[in-house]
Design a protein around this ligand. Structure first.
Ligand code: C2E
Ligand code: CA
Ligand code: CA
Length: 637
């Protein structure tokens, strides 16, 4: 039977058993640190078993041969230094330290371990019976192991301070708490030599690592049944650092948000779970839920075989549905060795490709140089926009708008331009406005453009010119920003411009969704005197249904409705002309005035005038011009 002094070991054994059972229940990442933690776990178990065995032998000292007794004590002491060594190794792996080590450094690191083994093998070891009932090992071997163990523990602390940048806050904390626990246990051991506390100390150490970092539940996404974002980041770091062949294959479920909003979040996650099982069975790889609607796998071998599998998956996915909702998916394949310059770029490009191929066919898209360049240009524009906001880098150009009945120019559209774009060349607002929207700069840019237009109106005294109003573009996101009405009122106040001199053009997009802020903003701005145009009528979301929500004063017919009516192919042109004239009739019927955009020829201008379109805008009359050119143009007319 165990004596009193085995209590700690038995308690530690239970605690360890709980950790091991919990650990084995969950799937594991194939990280080097996880493998090392497993070694640490098993070694701690072996240490506890040997601990109990040596206590048992000490209690039955007369019944075992001195050789066997000594051997068991030797193994027990060796297991102590091994546990401490694996703990040190684990910290080094977390801190990426092992990658910076050459052969000499490895040898230096192993010296305490080698010394310990030599002394355990050949040094003095009092195997338990010295203290009679108290199963305590002592002698040179024990003290040497404690000294070498302390050296490893101190080295561990050193790494946790020195390589703090490589460790997450959680890791640093767990390493230090673990080491703190170990030091307390060592001190207690010296004070109470009759107790065996090392086993308990090790289990507490393992416990602190387990709960803070190695708990595999933290890597697992129970909703989708695959590894989560956290696990994806850790695996990506490890694979990326290895520098070997590495592909990332992403499967994006484009209509996940829609499914979730229709049938609930749980069902949405159910769809992802279903996709992940398809993805995994088709590719034979572990699947990661890497972004909200994206599943990913890593491919570390040649891609040829995998491509065939992905093509099979592509065919399956094209017909796939979940609970009667069709699943719209696309796949992207990224060669991380060929095109990517840093790990951070992986996430940027994943996101970029996910957005780029949204709404396209269910296909496989490969990352290539053009996409990388497109993304890098986008980053540069982002930087440039930030600079432009600091250094007054925006200017406005004005495109006159012709009044067909009065036969003169009665308004103009203000269009924003970026000054001095350097090696980026010309950057159209069509390119930089969406970036400004995505990066949250659009509100500030929008306020600047309105201020620039107001300043121009004031300085050129346009209020006393034949112009009735200036049209200013309002981004959909900007229109939904809080306090928009107050900011615009301040600008009007500053330049003493009546709001009725500004017509705000809005392009409807999916993002507007007629939120509360959007409609409140529009109503308040209308009360202040601003008028509104629906821009780009006939494209995307700009359509008749939106007219029920917002009262527009003007509708701007997009060029894509106009140009086809003037195509050379008479058949097509005839059909398009019918559509165009019906749209014009319909808009007039509901009482809105029309501005036709993209009028490039006399033929277009004459036709639209004849159909009663009130305003014409396009290169036929003039391109957008800077302030001086615009004033000169207006003076000549
Ligand atoms: P939009 O509001 O539809 O502006 C009309 C665009 O068509 C302008 O391009 C204009 O230069 C161009 N255009 C005018 N007449 C013709 C023509 O006869 N033929 C052709 N091919 N094009 C013509 P721009 O200035 O590059 O602006 C592009 C888009 O960028 C605008 O489309 C608008 O959506 C956005 N944008 C421009 N300025 C601003 C601004 O200050 N704020 C916001 N939020 N968006 C702006
Ligand atoms: Ca416009
Ligand atoms: Ca337009």
């Amino acid at each position: 039977m165990f004596e009193l002094n085995s209590r700690f070991q038995i308690a530690a054994m239970f605690a360890l058993a709980v950790i091991i059972i919990d650990y084995c229940k969950n799937p594991h990442l194939k990280l080097l640190s996880t493998k090392c933690f497993r070694l640490l776990l098993w070694m701690t178990g072996i240490n506890l078993c040997l601990d109990l065995l040596t206590v048992h032998l000490a209690d039955h000292i007369g019944q075992v041969s001195p050789f066997l007794n000594r051997l068991c004590h030797q193994l027990f002491i060796a297991s102590i230094i091994l546990v401490i060594f694996f703990n040190y190794l684990y910290i080094s792996i977390l801190a990426n330290q092992q990658k910076r080590m050459n052969g000499r450094k490895w040898l230096l690191t192993l010296i305490p371990l080698i010394i310990s083994f030599l002394v355990i093998g050949f040094g003095n070891l009092n195997a338990g019976y010295e203290y009679g009932e108290m199963a305590y090992s002592s002698g040179t071997a024990v003290y040497t192991v404690y000294a070498c163990g302390t050296a490893y523990l101190l080295l561990g602390v050193k790494i946790s301070f020195e390589k703090r940048a490589d460790l997450t806050g959680n890791q640093r904390r767990s390493v230090r708490i673990g080491l703190g626990i170990w030091c307390i246990v060592m001190a207690a051991q010296l004070y109470f030599p009759q107790l065996r506390l090392s086993g308990m100390g090790f289990v507490l150490l393992v416990l602190s690592i387990y709960f803070s970092y190695e708990n595999q539940k933290e890597n697992f996404d129970s909703e989708t049944g695959c590894f989560n974002k956290n696990a994806f980041h850790r695996m990506l770091s490890e694979y990326y650092e290895k520098g070997k062949t590495l592909y990332l294959v992403n499967l994006a479920c484009e209509n996940l948000d829609r499914i979730s909003s229709l049938v609930g979040h749980e069902q949405g996650m159910g769809a992802m779970k279903y996709l992940s099982s398809l993805f995994s069975s088709c590719t034979g790889k572990e699947v990661y839920h890497s972004r909200s609607r994206v599943l990913s796998i890593f491919v570390t071998e040649d891609m040829h075989k995998m491509i065939d599998r992905l093509h099979r998956l592509e065919v399956t996915l094209a017909e796939e549905s979940y609970l009667s909702s069709k699943l719209y998916c696309h796949m992207t394949v990224m060669d991380l060795r060929k095109f990517i310059s840093s790990k951070d770029e992986v996430f940027e490009l994943m996101h970029f490709m996910e957005e780029k191929y949204q709404g396209n066919d269910c296909k496989i898209y490969f990352l290539n140089e053009d996409i990388v360049n497109e993304k890098r240009r986008k980053n540069k524009i982002d930087l440039f926009l930030n600079e432009a906001l600091q250094n007054q880098g925006f200017e406005m150009v004005y495109q006159p708008i012709y009044h067909t009945r009065e036969k003169c120019f009665r308004s103009a559209e203000a269009l924003v331009r970026l000054k001095n774009t350097g090696d980026l060349g010309y950057v159209s607002p069509e390119e930089f406005i969406p970036i400004a929207e995505e990066k949250g700069m659009i509100m500030e840019i929008g306020d600047r453009t309105l201020a620039l237009v107001s300043e121009f109106i004031r300085e050129a005294d346009l209020l006393s010119s034949p112009l009735q109003y200036i049209e200013v573009n309002l981004s959909a996101i900007q229109a939904s920003s809080p306090r928009l009405d107050k900011r615009f009122a301040e600008i009007m106040q500053k330049y003493q411009i009546p709001a009725s001199f500004i017509n705000l053009e809005i392009t409807e997009t999916a993002t507007i969704n007629f939120g509360k802020i959007f409609t409140e903003n529009i109503n308040r701005l209308r009360d202040t005197g601003f008028s509104f145009s629906m821009d780009d009528f006939g494209t995307g979301y700009s359509n008749l249904a939106q007219m029920n929500e917002i009262r527009y004063d003007l509708v701007k017919l997009d060029k894509s409705l106009i140009w086809p009516a003037f195509e050379e192919d008479e058949g097509k042109a005839g059909q398009a002309e019918k559509l165009l004239s019906s749209v014009i009739r319909l808009l007039h019927h509901i009482g809105v005035k029309i501005v036709a955009e993209g009028v490039e020829t006399e033929e277009m201008a004459d036709y639209l005038t004849e159909k009663g379109v009130e305003y014409l805008q396009g290169y036929y009359f003039s391109r957008p011009m800077d302030r001086e050119q615009f004033l000169e143009f207006m003076n000549q007319k």
